[in-house]
Design a protein around this ligand. Structure first.
Ligand SMILES: [Zn+2]
Length: 251
């Protein structure tokens, strides 16, 4: 048995027995793991309150390769995201970041880059709540790149001419120009503004991305495209419950 100390994001917590919790963590050192937090729900537990989703923590746990669930020993809170905001939308986008991580990262898949990206994007959404939609799109774009499915919004994937507007080809999971896509039945057309924005996002890093001031409808369309794009390349639908909740709320 090894004692592991690592930064982690709390993805999910469920009650277990009378006073314990099972916590799904996305750790920096070992990827996604589950731990049992014994007695965490007791009033005097040192773990109490630290194991909420959207908390960035430092966790110490006992690791045994033959176990599915590891044993949590100690937790320090590094940051609790969205504590100071009542903005439900940015909370939902924060939760959507966790949901995407949970769906695309395999158990024990170690990926430092995805971890750093997730923490950075949550910090940015927390700081710039009014830009949460486009920051979420930025997250999906950067994630596709890390997973090996980099989207190139600058040129047509078929004839290589520079894209001003584009059509998303759902059969190949790529962007093509109007000419190459003229027999394409895809309804997902991208306007000049949307292509421009995708190019800006893929050029700038997350820290400067927040300077982009974007209309909500444009950010939503880009997010929808990126979800389709990721679903195609992952080979399973990336249905996000948090975002369906958002569309219900806005009705
Ligand atoms: Zn073309």
């Amino acid at each position: 048995m090894t004692l592991i100390k690592t930064e982690a994001l709390v993805l999910k917590t469920i009650h277990f027995q009378e006073t314990s919790s099972i916590v799904k963590l996305f750790t920096k050192e070992q990827g996604k793991i589950s731990v049992i937090a014994k007695g965490a729900r007791r009033l005097k537990s040192a773990l109490r309150g630290y194991l909420e989703p959207l908390n960035h923590i430092e966790a110490i746990y006992y690791y045994k390769i033959t176990r599915d669930i590891q044993t949590l020993s100690k937790v320090d809170l590094l940051q609790s995201f969205f504590l100071n905001t009542l903005d439900i939308e940015c909370n939902i986008y924060g939760t959507a970041v966790l949901e995407v991580i949970d769906k695309v990262v395999y158990d024990h898949q170690y990926d430092n880059k995805i971890f750093n990206l997730a923490v950075q994007i949550l910090k940015n959404i927390d700081l710039h709540a009014n830009q949460c939609r486009i920051l979420f799109a930025d997250f999906l774009l950067a994630l596709a790149d890390i997973l090996g499915y980099k989207l190139d919004p600058s040129v047509c994937s078929q004839c290589k001419t520079r894209l001003t507007t584009a059509i998303y080809n759902p059969g190949s999971g790529r962007l093509v120009c109007r000419d190459c896509g003229r027999y394409n039945s895809s309804t997902h057309k991208l306007s000049e503004r949307e292509i421009q924005l995708l190019n800006d996002l893929s050029r700038c890093n997350l820290d400067t991305g927040v300077n982009l001031s974007v209309e909500p409808s444009v950010a939503n369309r880009i997010t929808q495209l990126l979800i389709k794009y990721l679903s195609y390349h992952l080979d399973y639908p990336l249905n996000l419950k948090s975002l369906s909740l958002l569309s219900e709320l806005s009705r």
